[in-house]
Design a binder for this molecule. Structure first.
Ligand code: AP5
Length: 197
């Protein structure tokens, strides 16, 4: 049997662009592991671990968690992976995270395959996030503390200042794949598949 090859996909895009939704489906269909840093951090908050208690105020406020915490988390996840077949959702989010990830991947001999960027207008992003909060509340489910309009707008601002520069970072390395993120989930997924070739 041939060994499955390394594959590293990095989903880029603002809060609410559909990264988690699309990464989930691609991971299922391609046999990849989805690493969502937001999910990992929310799980720590829910379990009230030491890390969870430390990061909770940052998540509530829509601010980024310090780079060293995220880089240590990702290092631990990748250390257990052979071959490296992974989709990142929500990581990297700063230049320091992107550089650290490149170094980790180089050590593992698993370069970035592609970085799809989901593009969605700002107001639609806010609508999607607020709607998710509304629906969760209506169903009696836990509502994400950052799914209010006020925090969603702050997350957008943080994205613009700290994460948007990564678009140039991945474009310069030939990894960027721009994808129109407006339309049904199936339509967006089909565009991602096409962009990944
Ligand atoms: P994280 O959990 O990563 O959240 P986010 O990136 O801000 O965005 P979302 O999860 O809201 O959006 P998404 O793009 O995944 O879209 P989704 O598929 O969910 O981060 C949360 C926090 O954790 C950060 O603020 C920070 O504090 C911390 N953190 C995480 N990673 C970090 C890092 N690397 N460094 C530092 N701090 C970090 O879709 C959104 C909604 O839209 C859903 O309801 C979905 O059903 C709907 N939707 C999706 N696609 C469509 C479509 N085509 N049409 C209609 N609705 C759609």
């Amino acid at each position: 049997m041939t060994q499955p090859r390394n594959k590293v996909v990095i989903f880029l895009g603002p809060p609410g662009a559909g990264k988690g939704t699309q990464a989930e489906r691609l991971a299922r269909e391609e046999g990849l592991t989805k690493i969502s840093t937001g999910d990992i951090l929310r799980d720590h908050v829910a379990r009230e671990t030491e890390l969870g208690q430390r990061v909770r105020p940052l998540l509530d406020a829509g601010q980024l968690v310090p780079d060293d915490i995220l880089i240590a988390l990702i290092r631990a996840y990748l250390a257990e992976m052979e071959p490296v077949r992974v989709i990142f959702d929500g990581f990297p989010r700063t230049g320091a995270q992107a550089q650290a990830l490149d170094m980790l991947l180089e050590e593992l001999g698993a370069p970035v395959t592609a970085a799809p960027l989901l593009e969605v207008p700002d107001e639609l992003l806010i609508e999607r996030i607020v709607e998710r909060g509304r629906q969760a509340a209506a169903r009696g489910e836990a509502v994400r503390s950052d799914d209010t309009e006020e925090v969603a707008r702050r997350r957008q601002q943080v994205y613009r200042e700290q994460t948007q520069p990564l678009i140039d970072y991945y474009a310069a390395r030939g990894h960027l794949r721009q994808v129109d993120g407006v339309g049904t989930m199936d339509e967006v997924y089909a565009r991602i598949r096409q962009a990944l070739g």
